[in-house]
Design a protein around this ligand. Structure first.
Ligand code: F6P
Length: 545
């Protein structure tokens, strides 16, 4: 048994969670519940009143946070302590959005200066491309950017650019290639002209197979389109912490944007990994995004737990996973521009907290990171909300929506909002058997038929949700929102005492994949592996089933 699950507070929470009344009862008992259980900061409004919680629940959760040292762990992260212990690294994505006059010392260096220098390098590059000064090999300006990367080097640039589409530079288009499936790059390149296309190759390690393969294919395409090896420098730039490998790969040293090992891939869009975002929305708007995240950093670091948005959201998620056996958490973005955000939060949280040993290497005896999934509202209501309402699994939900649309049109936004709020209400209050029967009054059904149908229409309710609102989706509110979820993830990992910043679990698949690749290309069938792997490899080699 871990110290955590043996702790008094853990067992107090366990028994407390078994005794809570239905949320309908809690709302009926306190007309001020919404006012008491909502808060705002950094351009975001959080309604957390539709959670299974009383004041006692909250005080127990805050006590758990205090007793597990959350506040000192927050300070340690911001101070640059080596909290990624298995890789002996600091965790300082917050330094990427620090103010220029801040000083953050790491290994004797003020890393804020390095960050500022890289931002200046980004700005100069962006100015050159968007002004038309940067020319392709036939003298044409750049009109298409192809961003090549995967994981945090793909999701961050793609999803943030998609979210900020109203801010895009009108003269340039951006395409994102991640998967090694050739369809991904082929479909993107088939409509492009090499003379006016610029590739941004993003790889923190500069060792990711998919990104290297896609970049080599992009170089082949460029040459086949008429470019020469000598023209590569005008059409390829790289973002990496491994400058030597990028130079060896053939990227001109002056076109390499550095990043650092104290930035995890899934926390890196604030670095030069965000270059495609900054190219599309402009450096001023990119800095607005950084400012939004910086505000959330300050909020997280300096606000008492009871008003601290990342702490509240992290604690509620932990409550449901550890005391109500919730295995997943759904993020529902009621904004088309934010349709990709669930996928971004999926890597952020699942690659951070999908762990099963504590920092000390002890097997956990409690649930850790949930499955994060979701999509855009209202589409989900016509796809999976049935399960949210009447399924057997408890799936806590986050609803995210701007109050104002970038595209006001008649009643559309009011209808979007009515669906968003109506769904959270239905999840909370459900529908009793008596209410279901009453809805069937006047129908031609017999009493027994009514009772049977009512059983099928009954909804337990008491399904928790958070609602996050913002005035409008802007670079600043997007920055705050993403930072909110980064810190929400941190809160859970800190209380569980796991390492949220390494990702050893992704290595084995990569290594075995490299071995399989060699067997696919071998001159004889595979026989040494398990029969399934041998069988699959040999079917591929035969190219027939
Ligand atoms: O999935 C493992 C991972 O290392 C992610 O953490 C990272 O975002 C992605 O692969 C890409 O890594 P790189 O930026 O080094 O190519």
């Amino acid at each position: 048994m871990t110290e955590l699950t043996q702790s008094r507070i853990w067992n107090e929470l366990k028994s407390h969670s078994e005794s809570l009344p239905h949320m309908r009862t809690l709302f009926a008992a306190d007309k001020q519940r919404f006012d008491k259980m909502s808060t705002q900061a950094c351009g975001l409004f959080l309604d957390y009143s539709k959670n299974r919680a009383t004041e006692e629940t909250l005080s127990l959760l805050f006590k758990l946070a205090e007793e597990t040292g959350l506040e000192s762990k927050i300070k340690a992260m911001f101070a640059g302590d080596i909290i990624n212990t298995t890789e002996q690294r600091a965790v300082l994505h917050t330094a990427l959005r620090a103010k220029p006059d801040q000083k953050i010392m790491l290994d004797g260096e003020d890393i804020v200066q390095e960050v500022q220098q890289t931002q200046q390098q980004m700005e100069t590059f962006i100015e050159s491309v968007t002004s038309g000064e940067w020319k392709g090999y036939t003298g044409k300006p750049i009109s298409n950017i192809v961003s090549i990367g995967i994981g945090g080097s793909f999701l961050g640039p793609k999803i943030a650019s998609q979210a900020l589409r109203p801010y895009w530079n009108k003269e340039i288009n951006c395409h994102f290639v991640g998967n090694v499936d050739a369809t991904s790059i082929t479909e993107k390149l088939k409509h492009l002209n090499a003379e006016s296309t610029l590739f941004i190759m993003s790889s923190k390690s500069f060792g990711t197979q998919e990104t290297l393969t896609n970049t080599l294919s992009a170089k082949d395409w460029f040459i086949n389109q008429g470019g020469a090896q000598a023209d590569i420098a005008s059409h390829f730039v790289a973002v990496t912490s491994n400058v030597a490998k990028a130079t060896e790969f053939g990227i001109d040293a002056k076109n390499i944007f550095p990043m650092w090992d104290w930035v995890g891939g899934r926390y890196s869009l604030w670095s030069a990994i965000g270059l495609p975002i900054a190219l599309m929305i402009g450096m001023d708007n990119f800095r607005e995004m950084l400012n939004g995240a910086h505000e959330m950093d300050q909020h997280f670091a300096n606000t008492p737990l009871s008003e601290n948005m990342p702490v509240l959201m992290g604690l509620f998620s932990l409550l449901y996973g550890n005391f109500y056996q919730a295995q997943s958490h759904v993020v529902l973005t009621y904004d088309h521009y934010l349709r990709g955000l669930p996928a971004y939060f999926q890597q952020l949280d699942m690659e951070s907290n999908g762990k099963s040993v504590t920092l000390a290497g002890e097997q956990v005896d409690f649930s850790t990171g949930p499955v994060i999934w979701g999509g855009e509202g209202t589409n989900g209501q016509h796809a999976y909300h049935q399960l949210l309402h009447q399924g057997t699994a408890l799936i806590p939900a986050d609803f995210i929506m701007p109050l104002k649309s970038h595209n006001p049109l008649g009643e559309h936004h009011a209808q979007l909002a009515s669906n968003c709020f109506g769904q959270t209400q239905a999840l909370m209050q459900g529908r009793s058997f008596e209410e279901a029967i009453a809805e069937l009054e006047g129908s031609s059904l017999s009493q027994s038929e009514k009772e049977l149908i009512a059983k099928h229409k009954e909804m337990a309710g008491n399904k928790p949700s958070n609602t996050i609102l913002m005035d409008k989706l802007t670079p600043a509110t997007l920055g705050s929102l993403i930072a909110l979820y980064e810190h929400r993830t941190f809160v859970q990992g800190a209380i569980w005492d796991i390492n949220s910043f390494d990702q050893w679990g992704v290595e084995l698949g990569k290594n075995l994949g490299n071995d399989v690749l060699s067997r696919l290309n071998a001159d004889k069938d595979a026989t040494e592996l398990d029969s399934s792997s041998n069988g699959l490899i040999n079917l591929f080699r035969q190219q027939s089933i």
